[in-house]
Design a protein around this ligand. Structure first.
Ligand code: NAD
Ligand code: UGA
Length: 367
């Protein structure tokens, strides 16, 4: 009963016509930021997360602590727990689901392929089954990935480009998610909006991502590996700052159509939509490293590897015309500005004094 009270309290909106949003992966990087932003504008938010140990779970607990200060409650549970999900939808008439829980990371798929199938495919289907049976049916916005473009050579990537050449099992499961979403939209009239995020970074980020462990390794004087493409070019990513992605997620929720409970053949059925959420400005990994060197005022020990990492794509680059047209998405943070905010958070979170203050003076940046 105390649990139910917490669930209700957390998910009740505080503004007129506010949403009740179930945020899956709320203890994760993107999920924690989105949960806070929704709560701050008066929406009701309930989190769900299994707190798995793919990366340091204490970071997930710290995000949970931050969220609880803002009255966001995270239910500890798995996407594959049908009875738990059904119970949540029995207690709360969710208007929206922001589905961000997944097994992320491109390389780990070679170590633990089943975790991708379990969370990104089985878990997603389980969530859709429960959402389809819920009354009201929620509108669903979920995280796809730039990795679905795989070896696509169009530059920049548009939503209509081919996505039939995934370079990793992670990408294949994200692509499968898009196909699965289509069927649930078509048969059950669920409103589904997929967001293809492009290498998102920022404060409270993911320790398994390059910008994060490069920072750690540079500060500790350890060498870092920099991979090349097959033709010895630099790998580039359309690194996207978390605040821009959060705005995109909220914009997608705001413009999501209502689920209709009727199949795609019927008139007025909800659409399945897919959008790129990138920065529109790819940066070579070498440049990422030199920005970090400046911010940390420490030279990196670089170890250049003359081949690509398994599962890597040579570049990513988003065309965001569609997201701009439909919900005004416009990324505003360049990589130097965003990394400065990340480094500032990193230093305060891990309590390292080091040379960074000197570093921000040296680069003329005030932080
Ligand atoms: P994250 O790993 O920090 O967050 C995901 C959260 O989901 C974690 O807290 C994890 O504990 C939870 N989770 C995983 N499997 C679960 C399950 N079966 N049941 C319940 N909870 C589960 O990752 P993130 O960077 O915040 O990514 C959020 C979403 O965006 C993911 O779907 C990811 O694939 C996608 N994405 C991220 C990026 C990026 O660069 N960060 C880029 C493209 C797509
Ligand atoms: C990131 C996320 O990790 C995925 O979860 C997400 O789905 C994906 O973005 C996406 O946009 O879809 P990735 O871009 O591979 O994947 O992110 P990192 O692992 O942080 O790698 C970034 C770049 O650094 C890549 O170009 C990679 O080749 C390079 N890198 C990485 C190195 O040069 N050395 C390393 O040791 C690690």
């Amino acid at each position: 009963a105390a649990w139910e009270k917490q669930v209700r309290l957390s998910s009740t909106p505080r503004r007129t016509n506010g949403f009740s949003v179930l945020v899956t992966g709320a203890a994760g990087f993107v999920g924690s930021h989105c949960s806070l932003a929704l709560k701050k504008r008066g929406d009701g938010v309930l989190g769900l997360d299994n707190f798995n140990n793919y990366y340091d779970p204490s970071l997930k607990r710290a995000r949970q602590k931050l969220l609880s200060k803002h009255q966001v409650f995270i239910v500890e549970g798995d996407l594959n727990d049908g009875p738990l999900l059904t119970k949540l939808f029995d207690v709360v008439p969710f208007t929206h689901v922001l589905h961000l829980a997944a097994q992320a990371g491109v390389r780990y798929a070679m170590q633990n392929p089943q975790s991708y199938i379990s969370s990104n495919i089985a878990g997603f289907v389980n969530l859709l089954e429960v959402a389809k049976a819920a009354n009201p049916q929620p509108s669903i916005v979920w995280a796809s990935s730039s990795s679905v473009y795989g070896l696509n050579t169009e530059n920049p990537f548009s939503e209509r480009d081919r996505t039939d050449q995934p370079a990793s099992l992670y990408a294949a499961t994200k692509k499968a998610g898009e196909e699965i979403a289509h069927t649930y939209n078509h048969i059950y009239g669920l409103s589904l909006t997929g967001l293809r995020f492009f290498t998102v970074y920022g404060p409270w980020g993911r320790p398994d991502m390059a910008y994060f462990f490069f920072t750690k390794d540079i500060l500790q004087g350890k060498s870092i590996d920099i991979y090349k493409t097959h033709d010895q070019k630099e790998v580039a990513r359309d690194f996207t700052y978390i605040d821009d992605v959060v705005k995109g997620c909220l914009g997608a929720l705001d413009t999501a159509e209502k689920s209709t409970g009727s199949g795609g053949k019927k008139k007025g059925a909800a659409q399945l939509r897919v959008y790129n959420l990138g920065n529109t400005s790819p940066v070579p990994v070498g440049r990422l490293v030199s920005i970090l060197e400046g911010l940390l005022s420490t030279k990196a020990k670089k170890h250049v590897i003359t081949m690509p990492r398994n599962g890597d794509v040579p570049f990513t680059h988003a065309n965001v015309t569609l997201a701009f047209r439909d919900f005004g998405y416009k990324p505003t943070t360049d990589l130097s500005t965003g990394l400065r905010k990340f480094v500032k958070w990193y230093i305060s979170y891990y309590g390292i004094q080091s040379k960074t203050r000197k570093g921000s003076q040296a680069t003329g940046e005030s932080g």
